[in-house]
Design a protein around this ligand. Structure first.
Ligand SMILES: Nc1ncnc2c1ncn2[C@@H]1O[C@H](COP(=O)(O)OP(=O)(O)OP(=O)(O)O)[C@@H](O)[C@H]1O
Ligand SMILES: [Mg+2]
Length: 157
């Protein structure tokens, strides 16, 4: 089941992320999809705020592929845009993260191909107009489904 909403402006996407973060637990993985400028990083800013970090701390991991933030639950922010082909070593590193008590958030998660965790929350953002984005959410595995259901309480008014 896919759940969806619209956000009007980056602040609303951040607030959505902030609310979703309140449901996150160590070990959770959030996969993000959407074209350049869809709002994935804005959502991560919200997630980080919800985990107790200042949102301005979060940037697109342009040089580093992985940023680690020391939040209430450590936040691992991965951006696969610059990595169309994933080396085995890097995949192992990612798998390590999602078996640790951290929250792992991955932009351009489609680059993972079949190398997915067993359970995850999946969020796709898409451009509707200059200020509006559609957000589609579904969950994989029992934990993912719990998170996806919880997200419905996070929609903008
Ligand atoms: N409703 C909205 N939600 C999120 N961002 C929005 C919205 N409306 C406008 N924007 C703008 O769209 C841009 C989203 O940028 P952001 O870096 O979050 O995209 P991204 O999906 O992470 O792109 P990339 O693939 O390049 O990392 C920002 O400039 C933001 O101000
Ligand atoms: Mg980004």
């Amino acid at each position: 089941m896919v759940r969806s909403c619209l956000t009007s402006g980056p602040a609303e996407t951040q607030v959505l992320g902030e609310k979703i973060a309140l449901f996150l637990q160590p070990g959770d993985v959030v996969l993000l999809h959407g074209e350049l400028g869809a709002g994935k990083t804005e959502l991560v800013r919200g997630l980080s705020a919800g985990l107790g970090l200042p949102p301005e701390l979060v940037s697109s991991p342009t040089f580093a592929l992985v940023h680690q933030y020391p939040a209430r639950i450590p936040l691992i922010h991965v951006d696969l845009y610059r990595l169309p082909v994933l080396e085995d070593d890097f995949l192992l590193e990612l798998e390590e993260y999602w078996h640790h008590p951290v929250v792992t958030v991955i932009e351009w998660a489609e680059r993972l191909g079949p190398h997915l965790p067993e359970e995850y929350l999946d969020i796709t953002l898409a451009w509707v107009d200059d200020q509006v984005r559609s957000v589609e959410i579904f969950g994989k595995g029992s934990r993912g489904k719990i998170l996806a259901a919880a997200c419905q309480a996070c929609w903008p008014d």
